[in-house]
Each structure stands twice: as C-alpha cells, then as structure tokens.
Design a protein around this ligand. Structure first.
Ligand code: ATP
Length: 419
C-alpha cells in the first residue's frame, strides 16, 4: 500500500507553524507495511488543496490529511474533497447530534459556524474525534482511501491510534517495514559509503546514510511478512556491518552516546571527572542525563575564568606561556580534574565559543583533553562559530573521544565493545 501525507494550513507555508503532524504519521506507517511516497504542505486555498489531493491520489492508494477541519470559512478540507470527487456536501444528522452533545458536555453554546463540521459527502463516513469538535472523514471512492484528520496534534494522535490505525492494520497487505540505525563516529559520509558499498546491492534491504550531531548513521530498512522475519533478515546485515565498521559503531537505534559511554565506564569500573570552560557545564549536564551516572561520574567544574582554573589546580605558568585556550591548558585541566576529584579519568575542555575571537584564537576553536593513569591525549577541533553549536559539538566530541579511549582500553583486554 502506497501513501501520501498532506499537511494543510496556511500557517505552515508562512513559516509560523512547524509541521509535526507529518513526521508523526510518517513514523507510524512502516510497521503497517505502508510505503510513504511524499509529504506535501499546502495552504488553506481551494485550488491548491484540490490540486494537492488530485496529485496525491494519483500517486498513492492512501492519502492522509491533517488540518483544515475547523468551523471557519478558511477551513476548506471537506469542501476540497467534495469538489475533487464531484460530490455534494450534506448535513449528517447523527454527526450534528454528536457535535451538539460535545458542546453540551463542555457547557458551551455551539455557534452556527460549527454546523459545517457535521457535513459529509456520500463517499465519506465520519470518524469520531474524542478530543476536539471536528470529526474526521474516512473517504472511499474508486479504490483509493482518503483519511481526513484534524490539525491539533492531540486530536490527531488520538484519532490515529484509536480509529484509523486499527482500520489500516486490517487493510494493509500483511507486511512490515523494519528499520535499524547503526550509529558511527570517526568516519565521514564518503569514507563510510566506500566501506559499506557492497551492502547497497543487497536485494532484501535498503541502506541510507544520515549525518547527525553524534556521527553518521547507517540506516538499514527491510520489508518482511512479520517482525520476526524482519529481524532474521537484519541479523546477517548487522553482522556484516560490524565486520566492516568495527569499533566505529557505538550504538543502535535509540541509544545515545552518553548512555553508551556510561555503560562502558560502569562495566570497566572507571570513574570520571571533568573541567569545562567554553562548554559551560554542558558536558557534565549531558553525562548526568543518564540515570545511574553517579556510579561513575565524580563531578565537574566550570572553570570559566583563569582564576578558577588556577584555583582548581591548573598550572598558572601554562596559562601565561600558552594562553587559556591551548592544548597544554586543556591537558592540565584534564589532569587537575582527575587529581582534585579523585577520578580514574579526567576531561578538560577549553575553547572559544564566539562570536569574537579570543587571544588570537578564532571563534569555534576547541581543545579537548583526556587524562588517564599514566598519560593523556588531546584533540583540537574548529567548529562553526555559533555558541550553541560550539558547545554542543565540543560536548559530543569529548564523549566520542572518551568512547574511543574506552574501546581501546577494552580492546587491550581482548573483548568486543561493539554496539
Ligand atoms: P480546529 O478545529 O482546531 O481549527 P483543524 O483541523 O481545522 O482544527 P487547523 O485549524 O488547521 O486544524 O489547525 C489548528 C491548530 O492545530 C494549529 O493552529 C496548530 O496549532 C495545530 N496544527 C495544525 N496542523 C499542524 C501540523 N501539521 N503540525 C503541528 N501542528 C498543527
């Protein structure tokens, strides 16, 4: 079954409203084996709406729409479908009765404008809206289905879950589409593409790559009769990806880096302390987002000024000789964090969040260091000079370096640290 989604509302095209309905619906379709063709956003304009409905119904057997079911004159979804199918709207007495009952229960009087929400056409049946006033429509005409749902997300979600999804499950072709995302680090999209090129030829799977803040994701999609069969299809692909990419994979699906790093610290019995400057505590915040982080996280210091760095044990001569934003100071911050907080590992981050340069260092320059028993490593990165981005990217990079280190120390013990 092929599907199209249309999000209806002039606010969407004015940039005033972000369309969250289409992504919500898009994520609901693969488990039903429904193949989404395209998402369209259109304004509350009769001609545009009819054209969008025409195009989508030619392409797909199933068209899902949201929005434009309100009582006002600019809510035209029902009218557009009537025009598309050449059918006349009529007032449906049971729908009107339900609408009046909803207003009675709310203790509100129903305006005459609301009456049009009880309209139907011969090809449509009404779908109950348990949260709002506007009923949806289930339209069947000439083999295709158009499901018309309200715009407010709470109303849409409820209608989808209770009324629409069960109907579609019953009609869908008995297949499921299952996706698994493999999260990687240290490889750019093109390098990754070369490594996994043979997998693009697999007959049963579709591969895609997506660059994300935490690294590039490889997404594998399979279609099968049921989810057990899909898992069976995924197994050899997963094994091959792990063989080709090895330690570059740090997680799958919903796993996040801070949690993976936390699990690994816990498994290896190591503790961590951090001293941050330009990230302003974001690294400590991210680490402590994970429940149970107190098992391995000793603490963090935001040493934003030179005085504070020195007060927390950074050598003042290093700041004088190399400047506060330097690999030497990052390394000493990592060492000092580790020493002062009695941790096995210390991380130091110093950099320029921007937008101005600092002491000759361009905005976006960040030095990250990791101190451990018997040594330390450091990395320099240059990010786009937007404060939020610099802080986020530096935090992710610190976690990635920590993950790398933990994979290596674990590798030394001959164990597998894959996803
Ligand atoms: P109502 O009866 O409340 O008017 P409706 O079905 O006519 O519902 P719209 O008038 O199109 O829906 O939208 C009502 C509100 O729902 C919008 O102001 C917005 O807050 C939310 N909304 C509509 N469409 C979307 C969308 N695609 N993504 C997220 N929110 C949406």
């Amino acid at each position: 079954l092929r599907a199209d989604i249309i999000s209806i509302g002039t606010e969407l095209l004015m940039g005033e409203l972000v369309d969250t309905n289409a992504p919500y619906l898009a994520a609901q379709l693969p488990p039903l084996g429904i193949e989404l063709q395209r998402i369209t956003q259109t304004s509350d304009d009769m001609d545009m709406l009819v054209r969008a409905l025409q195009e989508t119904s030619q392409r797909s057997e199933l068209v899902l729409t949201t929005g434009g079911l309100g009582p006002t004159d600019d809510d035209l979804t029902r009218e557009a479908i009537a025009q598309l199918l050449g059918e006349d709207l009529y007032l449906d007495p049971p729908s009107l009765e339900r609408l009046q009952e909803t207003f009675r229960q709310r203790g509100a009087s129903m305006s005459s404008a609301n009456i049009k929400q009880a309209n139907l056409i011969p090809s449509a049946r009404s779908i109950h809206n348990a949260v709002g006033t506007a009923p949806g429509w289930w339209v069947e005409n000439g083999g295709g289905i158009i499901v018309v749902m309200p715009g407010p997300p709470a109303e849409l979600h409820r209608m989808w879950e209770v009324e629409v999804q069960p109907q579609l499950r019953y009609r869908a072709p008995g297949t499921v589409i299952v996706t698994r995302s493999f999260k990687t680090h240290g490889l750019g999209e093109s390098a990754l593409n070369e490594l996994i090129a043979p997998l693009f030829l697999l007959p049963d799977a579709t591969l895609g790559m997506y660059a994300q803040a935490q690294g590039v994701q490889v997404r594998v999609r399979v279609r099968a009769q049921n989810s057990e069969e899909a898992q069976r299809l995924l197994l050899p692909i997963e094994a091959e990806l792990k063989r080709l990419l090895g330690d570059s994979i740090w997680g799958v699906d919903d796993q996040v880096l801070e949690e993976q790093v936390g699990n690994e610290l816990r498994r290896q019995g190591l503790t961590l302390a951090v001293m941050e400057s330009c990230t302003g505590g974001l690294l400590a915040h991210t680490i402590t987002q994970v429940p149970g982080s107190s098992h391995y996280f000793r603490g963090g210091v935001v040493s934003y000024s030179n005085d504070m760095k020195i007060a927390w044990g950074v050598d003042p001569d290093l700041i004088l000789d190399h400047g506060a934003v330097s690999p030497q100071v990052a390394q000493d911050m990592a060492r000092a964090a580790r020493d002062r907080m009695g941790a096995d590992l210390g991380i130091g981050i110093t950099g320029v969040a921007g937008p101005e340069e600092l002491e000759g260092n361009p905005a976006g320059t960040v030095h990250i260091a990791l101190a451990y028993d018997g040594g330390s490593t450091h990395f320099t990165r240059r990010y786009p000079s937007q404060r939020v981005l610099v802080k986020q990217r530096a935090t992710m990079q610190a976690l990635i370096e920590l993950w790398n280190f933990l994979s290596r120390t674990d590798g030394d013990k001959g164990e597998d640290t894959g996803a």
